[in-house]
Design a protein around this ligand. Sequence first.
Ligand code: ADP
Length: 531
Amino acid sequence: MQAIGTQDPSDDVVVLTSTTPGRRQKLVALAVVPGVLATLFAITRPFADLQLPAVPAFVPIETSALFVIDLVTAVIFFCQFSILRNRALLLIASGYLYAALILIPYLLAFPGLFVTDRALVGGLQTTAWLFILKHSGFAASIVGFALLSRNAKAAPRPGGVHLPLLLSIMATCGFVAFIGFACIAGDAHLPSVASDGRRFSAQFLIYAGAPRALLYGLAVILLWPQRNTVLGLWLMVVAAVHLAAIPISFFGSPSRFSVGWYTVVIINLVANSLVLAVLLVEVSNLYRRLLQAVRAQEREREARLATGEALAAMIAHELKQPLSAMIWRAGLGFRRLDRSVPDLENAMSDMRRISADGHRAAAVIENIRANFKRDQRVRTAVDLNRLVRETASLLRRELHKQHVRLEMTLAADPASVAADRTQLQQVLLNLMTNAAEATAADDAPRILVVRTENHGRDELSVSVSDNGTGVRPEHLEQVFNPLFTTKPTGMGMGLSICRSIIEAHGGRIWVSPNSPKGTVFTFALKALTAP
Ligand code: ADP
């Protein structure tokens, strides 16, 4: 996975604004929102003209809320642009910034708000025209977004993001300052749309209605094909909600503080909050996905480490025995040669044994490699009785040193299986070494019994029993798990290797308590039937 900082901007998974909306989101956008609007429409229609008291705090509160909502939305879009370098995002970000900033002169020029019966700045027409220009500019930015984002899959534009970002912000601020100044200073020259501080003239219908209806209508049409992206869908809904608010503004004789006016103001507020709400939900979804990805990455790394650890442990475990035998035998050989009369004959025999141990180590490495490559190893007929005897002779010195008495009870009949000889010997060595170690805890005579049994014609088993500490009942399920060990210097790989070898041969291996104490490990394999 890529680091977050180097995320490919075209990667859909983390691109907030190009994610596909879910079914529920589409339902809310295309059914619930129109439904709520239609209900509002039906309820307010008969009372649209009704004049309500002019609540003095309403306008500044509503305008401030809208200012914050538009500004935060603009900031999120600017951030998105800095990741995606998509011009459509820069345009819509500027549109939201424009809609936010224009509210400053709008509020200052609102009649009767700061100074009784007149505007603080500008004149009677200023606020109404700022309202018209706010909507026209905002709607134009949605249309621009729809046109620019039609080629959504286009590669992000090369080059830096800071300059276009800075230029857009400066251009938007400059444009708002110009419009604000023009509406405030040029109030007397503006076409009359407001009759007094409350009522609008008939011309308001043309100036406020026509451009808004045209631009928001166009935006809805252009965005309809893009309804399969979260941003396309919700900007279309915003445009549609603003479009639907136009007729409500013109019910009866439009005037401020009427039921129709309050309704439109609230619709505006809700419409502009929609995209912000969706963006926030998408940001938290994105955060959740990111967290999941990071956790998955952690788990993958742990699994990789565990595999590496298991491999290292397996190699160390399997090579320990032949290597220590070689070291011991080499020391013995040196001592035989380092005499006044060198014992050449026995030294030669030591060399032969060292060579045999070296070959065994090489075979073990080859086996491990084959295990990981999932090779089919060459199987030959292996006489289990003979294998047990040979393995016992390999361990004789070690068992003798540990004062362990080895008893062998071998099946009378021939006991052959088709198997990889080295692998089966590995299993026996592991089981016998473990059994010897388990008997080390107390002073009682230490006894290890290896038994081969012929179960009818089909199955042969080999069991290794000891009278040691035994496996604790709660560990019975775990002893075959890789890296499970109760020994301070144990690796926990021996039994896991035994199980994978026996299962690869189509057999079974299990553990059971010995009587009166100790443990019995048994493996069973399909008998090789005589041809
Ligand atoms: P290791 O010997 O490195 O611990 P193994 O996979 O060979 O790894 O054994 C796993 C665990 O199974 C041992 O730590 C021990 O607790 C238990 N175990 C294996 N063989 C015996 C046994 N003969 N008697 C008692 N416990 C045993």
